[in-house]
Design a protein around this ligand. Sequence first.
Ligand SMILES: NC(=O)c1ccc[n+]([C@@H]2O[C@H](COP(=O)([O-])OP(=O)(O)OC[C@H]3O[C@@H](n4cnc5c(N)ncnc54)[C@H](O)[C@@H]3O)[C@@H](O)[C@H]2O)c1
Ligand SMILES: [Zn+2]
Ligand SMILES: [Zn+2]
Length: 347
Amino acid sequence: MTTMKALVYAATGKPTLEDRPKPTILKPTDAIVKMIKTTICGTDLHIFKGDVATCDTGRIIGHEGVAVVEQVGDKVSHFKPGDKVIVSCITSCTTCTNCRTGMPSHCTDGGWTLGNTIDGTQAEYTRVPHADGSLHRVAKNASDDAQLMLSDIVPTGYECGVLQGKVKLGSTVAIVGSGPVGLSALITSQLFSPLQVIMIDLNEKRLSTARSLGATHTVVSGPNAVEQVMKLTAGRGVDTVIEAVGIPATFELCQKLVAVGGTIANLGVHGAKVDLHMEKLWDRNITITTRLVSTTSTSMLIKLVESGKIQPEKVSTHNFAFGDIEKAYSIFGAAESHNCLKVVINI
Ligand SMILES: NC(=O)c1ccc[n+]([C@@H]2O[C@H](COP(=O)([O-])OP(=O)(O)OC[C@H]3O[C@@H](n4cnc5c(N)ncnc54)[C@H](O)[C@@H]3O)[C@@H](O)[C@H]2O)c1
Ligand SMILES: [Zn+2]
Ligand SMILES: [Zn+2]
């Protein structure tokens, strides 16, 4: 077979299922993988709105997936045909300065490339560059749906939110944004036994999912949100506030919620400038962090999924056959009216 089906960022600006040539090995460090499952990310929706300047029309979209290795280049040493793998949203050469200092998302020959600067995973086959640094063998005793969530959303919530935010035993946490990434931060924050995790969102259904996933409190975002969080924390605010939306209003809300000595861990992707209220924050000993997911935690997260300590498949709400991926886009694109969080696409 030399052609395959793939979801393309068409010149019309729409997600379109097309016939494309099956990818081939271009470099000896490449692998060709046959996709089993993929999913759609909020970032993919940004591509279709024209917000991602690095992604040209004609690109096959997608940076998440579970797959089977079909073919490897001569220099791939850790994987062989038949291995079942998670495709990380970040490809990593493992040897550049940024990879060696724990920031593969800033790899000088990788980073977020799949479904952005090179063809991605919403296809029957994908070429994965630097396969040794970019693929992870799946755990045998865990479901594909759970491990699909480890390509992007779970490492993002954990690394950019929980770790950067220094969530710890007995601490107080607020997570602004109860989408798939905010919920992933909620799931992984509980590994550190914080006293409170307060989820904040506009959407009551998403807040009810958050309660079922372990949120100690939920607050509807709006004029009373700050007052409610202050009431829940005896007027202190929270030690960690995780920004998981990416708009000025929510980053400003985070600045009002952080306690003295606390941390604002931003993981939302921002497209507009935001005010930083130094006139209120200069003397409050706070830390503000930003991060693009590294996926350096993925191997550990696979073990947590296998042991049952975390169950990220609970964030998936819809299943589609690959032939229905255009419909999946329209449902994911209007996620709130469909009570949709993460969609699983079976290829
Ligand atoms: N830093 C990284 O490496 C990285 C990686 C992946 C995703 N992201 C980003 O993380 C963010 C979250 O991703 P997601 O997939 O969960 O997105 P999402 O759009 O599904 O969720 C965002 C949530 O924010 C809520 N929201 C909107 N306005 C709000 C307000 N004023 N107050 C409170 N809540 C509000 C929405 O109701 C929604 O539930 C996005 O910005 C995404 O681009 C960052
Ligand atoms: Zn993503
Ligand atoms: Zn690198």
